[in-house]
Design a protein around this ligand. Structure first.
Ligand code: PMP
Length: 316
């Protein structure tokens, strides 16, 4: 991955190489940070970059912070300005991935989070997307998804990602593409960094937010599109492992992975073994929406290379 040229750091845009923190920084030692993962999509015809659902990502970012007793030092408007300034400084004319990060700056050894001082950084890297054209092969992981009574599962807390990465690493080493994690009740939670849906008998099902999943913004988008655009009923309910094995279609969704078909699970073929028709239509629709090609969904797309006034009006 090529490093970005700039970073938003200590309240301003600086060269990436100047954005540094000390070894004793609390978050570096204990994972006490929270982050976001957003995408900017390049629209070649319009010569425009669209950031998808920026305000929803910042809302979850703030909620994740509050789970750590962390009050973000910037308003949503200030975050949006920082994001636009950063992307304009990079001057990307390609898809990119944006990483806002909030961390405790204190170089101190303590366990009392509320006594610490947060700051926010942001970087954006060119990101062509992940290859998953033929469908993913998942395995049910031996690692259980973090439980909300142990570590808040719904937000994006840095330390919690050790759980995701252990599951992902083991799945890759065992020859799969990704892990499907069960929660402590034994129900399906999600993939390592993406939410999970299955389709059976024309009904789409996904675990409820109370099943220790990250409250995915793509999940919310996809559920809305399934209902509003594809006329598919969406049921949020606990999902058993063996239901996954019997699904007609399955897919994972997230900002990075977008909508990716799951065609095999634990060496069992899902449905016909190819990308199912509902997953295919959904993935295609999603692509057109995030690039600002469907008028109705333009309020989700914040243009970068326009004046801020126009941008603010278009953030949902
Ligand atoms: N679950 C986990 C653990 C994640 O890290 C992500 C990515 N943020 C998701 C689900 C999907 O969330 P989103 O659609 O907001 O990217």
């Amino acid at each position: 991955m090529e490093l970005p040229k700039h970073a938003f750091f200590s309240g301003r845009i600086v060269p990436y190489s100047d954005a540094k923190i000390g070894l004793l920084t609390h978050t570096l030692n204990y994972g006490t940070g929270v982050f976001g993962g957003m995408r900017g999509y390049w629209n070649e015809e319009e010569q425009q970059m669209f950031v998808f659902r920026a305000s929803d990502h910042f809302r979850r970012f703030r909620q994740s912070a509050s789970l750590l007793s962390m009050t973000l030092p910037l308003s949503d408007d200030a975050l949006t300005h920082a994001l636009i300034d950063l992307l304009r400084a990079e001057n990307y004319k390609c898809d990119c991935y944006i990483r806002p990060f909030a961390y405790f700056t204190d170089e101190v050894i303590t366990s009392h989070l509320a006594a610490l001082n947060p700051d926010i950084s942001m970087v954006a890297v060119a990101f062509p997307g992940l290859p998953h054209g033929g469908g993913l092969h998942l395995t049910v992981s031996g690692w259980r998804r973090v439980d909300d009574n142990m570590l808040p599962a719904r937000g994006k807390i840095a330390g919690a990602y050790v759980n995701s990465f252990l599951a992902k690493t083991d799945s890759i080493q065992a020859g799969f593409d990704d892990a499907l994690l069960l929660n402590t009740d034994g129900h399906v939670a999600e993939a390592s960094v993406a939410n999970f849906f299955l389709v059976q008998n024309g009904i789409a099902r996904t675990p409820p937010v109370s099943d220790n999943i990250v409250e995915g913004i793509t999940r919310r988008t996809v559920a809305m599109l399934l209902k509003a655009e594809l006329g598919i009923e969406v049921e949020e309910r606990a999902i058993d492992r063996s239901e996954v094995y019997l699904a007609d279609e399955a897919f994972v969704c997230g900002t990075a992975v977008e909508v990716a078909a799951v065609t095999r699970i634990d060496h069992r073929t899902v449905g016909g073994g190819g990308v199912g028709p509902i997953t295919f239509s959904l993935a295609d629709l999603y692509q057109r929406i995030v690039r600002g090609r469907i008028q109705k969904y333009l309020p989700f797309c914040s243009p970068v290379y326009h004046p801020m006034e126009a941008n603010e009006n278009r953030i949902s």
